[in-house]
Design a protein around this ligand. Sequence first.
Ligand code: SF4
Ligand code: SF4
Length: 167
Amino acid sequence: MKEIITDLEEIKRLGEQNRDKNFKFRSFLKTRDGNRLDEIVHELNEKISKQIDCTRCGNCCNYLTPPLTNKEIDSLSKYLKLTHKEFEDNYIELDEENCKCLSKIPCVFLKDKKCSIYEIRPKACSEYPFLHKKNFSTRLFGVIDNYSTCPIVFNVYERLKLFYNFR
Ligand code: SF4
Ligand code: SF4
């Protein structure tokens, strides 16, 4: 079994080094059966996620600007003792699809590599990196981006190459 890599500098370096190959692999994956691909990714994700401790990483919080629902904004406003409007004025910006997203990078709630609002973190954060979801083949641009920052994505994508014997 291939060794799990969690060193963020190494993953970043390999992300740059393997970028072309990752796009070629994306084209290959696009020709596979989507349902079968989802099954394989879900299995790999389950195995890899168990071996990586997100509480010792937190790297995604250096890059994510998660979208928030109005309900989530209400919870966070209450937590910070702000009004909904004050929260939006200070922490939210609209993305290109007009979704309300946390605006600061790294995330303002990241403290010592940990989420300081973990219990009430947005759904988009708790679901990241989305490898348990269906339709993996439709999200491959995002996967390649996340490959160089998220150890779970990196190791799942590498094992997927091994599974398909992709060189
Ligand atoms: S809210 Fe928490 S989990 Fe989400 S990006 Fe910010 S620090 Fe990370
Ligand atoms: S989801 Fe990925 S980048 Fe985020 S904390 Fe876990 S391993 Fe690190």
